[in-house]
Design a protein around this ligand. Sequence first.
Ligand code: GRF
Length: 220
Amino acid sequence: MSVVQRVAVFLSGRGSNAAALLQAQQQGRLTAGRIALVVSNRANAAGLQVAAAHGVPTYVWRTVAFESPTLATTTLLGVLNAHAIDWVVLAGYDRIIPAAVTAAYAGHIINIHPSLLPKFGGRGMIGRAVHQAVLAAGETESGCTIHWVTDALDEGGIIAQTRVPVLPNDSADSLAQRVLEAEHQLYPETLQRLLGSSLTCHEATHVLPTPVPTGGKEFK
Ligand code: GRF
């Protein structure tokens, strides 16, 4: 494994978390890793432009373009290998990651989810639907969660969370915006901690060793 860990960011759309990670890298807040590749399942994902603007290579991985799912997965693993990727960071990637990829990167693959998992996770809980469900449930707080990616959707061990309040007049959009701002802080900070950690984890259940209870954030 390289000293500065090489990171692939996976995204499907806007890419604001990818932008936050790249900005953190540019500003010297993310030094333990280097974003070496951005992968998207959509050729028109805005996040690909964000990557290109930072000079980061991109790869569009459309499974339908392959003869079989196995060939698609093998090809993706080959691309990750060719770029010497140590870590996979999901940032708004809206497809299930194949089991062969979670296995190859076990303990080195993480995701950010826009709720306080285990609440409001799982099938269908993406984008606006998450915030609508939080409001419908009458929650007084929400937030974002960074967790290990395993084959059980949104169920990998929790690494870090930031809590934000749900305000009385919130719409799904206003709550989404508040959570997104928290995501943009939490993802670079957590990635720096994870990549800089002496932790050598090969199991998806490992968590960060030191709790850092600052500014309403919980590292579990
Ligand atoms: C974020 O809210 C993230 O938590 C979720 O997908 C959204 C991606 O937004 N997994 P962006 O593409 O990073 O702007």
